[in-house]
Design a protein around this ligand. Sequence first.
Ligand code: FAD
Length: 512
Amino acid sequence: MIAFLERFIPENDKETEADDDGIIINREIELQGSIDYGCTGPAGKDFGGMNDIRPLAVIRPAGPEDVARVVSAASKSANLTIAARGNGHSINGQAMAERGMVIDMRAMNGQIEVVRISGSSYVDVGGGVLWEELLNHCVLGFGVSPRSWTDYLGLTVGGTLSNAGISGQAFRYGPQTSNVSELEVVTAKGDTLVCSESQNSELFFGVLGGLGQFGIITRARVLVQTAPDMVKWIRVVYAEFEEYARDAEFLVTRPEGDSFDYVEGFAFVNSDDPVNGWPSVPLGSDCGFDPISIPRTAGPVLYCLEVAFHYRNDVESSSIEKVVGHMLGQLRFCENLKFQLDVSYIEFLQRVKRVELAAKATGIWDTPHPWLNLFVSKPDIADFDRMVFKKILKDGIGGPMLVYPLLRSKWDDRTSVVIPEGEIFYIVALLRFNPPYPKGPPVEELVAQNDEIIQCCITHAFDFKLYLPYYRSQDQWKRHFGKQWPKFVERKTRFDPTAILAPGQRIFSRTH
Ligand code: FAD
């Protein structure tokens, strides 16, 4: 199909008409995909549900060549901006472009190909492919699997690589940004470049965690390994944060082969509240949470360490039990508060898909989600627990409150991602699922609570960074990047000097 990126003047929009000469492209460009000027649909919305920003048009590229053509045309315009949109799972409009062009990366042909290079296996995958599509293709078709995941897989490869991509495997393999060896990127000048650690390396590391600022990822080469058949999925409960943190840190610092394959955890409310409390912990439907086992000394919040052990079907179950028993035996969780389930590897990785289906059924998937994600350094996490979990959030948030340790040495500091100093830091993810107001609290109240938490971190001089950051002023961005800011600016000047890309991040303003 041939479509054209044409002179565009929105009907009934006199104000736009008055100043549009500067913002439009009036050159015809031949595309294999299509452009939609009128019905821009989901491109003006995201998972956060707090922004409604209409772009001028949505491009549905047939392939990387279309992406390059559109970006190249925009680079010759006076004001046009471009946002690559993955699956629109941002919270604060990061994949939007007000009066700009949104490139719907999902429309691109979903290339997925397993390749072997110098004895290692990789998968070459299009930037708009969902991780769940990759999972099914790799595991079912080839018996291999990426090493590092996100919890939820309805996210695109390009979208998570522009942030970091974290789940319970990151303690061992690092975030997804540490597990790619090569990218194909369209820069803001419309050039398509292959980049890696040794080729166009500044672009490669800039784009990884680069918040879409330096180029559009059209292909990634992701490291894969042999997939296990099954997963032993275990949750154990702690009454004291210090004990929880000590055991979680113990597990993430064990050598490979002497720990679990996945380590995460969450705080939950010490009550029978069905969403925030005890019932949120058991795995499977046939076991309940017996509060009698909670020590009397417990406070308003309890902690659940979640671990998983991979195994193959041909391994004797007694030897699996022995290894898992040995590892659990070194932990100090509350006796009798242990839950476990054996599931297939694919089922395990699709665990949040089931949450999505349930949330869609009750309508809370499509309501606003003022989520907050932070990295907090180890020296500050106990104070964070005392001030935030035990006070501000003691009644829960209507969804999971993840808190688990990660290791700085598994993150490549040449990428654009910023994390706290020190080897151990925690991800804190406040994943709110509230019914819409007035059934649930007003969104403004939840946003104010997020601000209160950030303010608490600032007031107490915690070493913390926002993950999936969202700021309104460049001063705030400067503070966020800290000593990495000059490098970030230098990369922007080099790869997107007029700030065409990812305007929804609000870091730089478009110039001529
Ligand atoms: P979008 O929201 O569409 O885009 C995000 C940013 O990346 C935008 O600035 C966009 O312009 C840019 N971008 C998108 N595609 C490209 C591309 N191909 N090239 C360059 N830039 C691009 N994160 C985790 O790390 N771990 C999790 O477990 C996790 N779980 C989540 C669960 C849910 C339900 C949700 C809503 C989010 C979760 N996230 C998680 C956060 C998620 O990784 C980010 O929000 C991610 O940006 C969403 O991916 P997306 O494909 O929808 O990207």
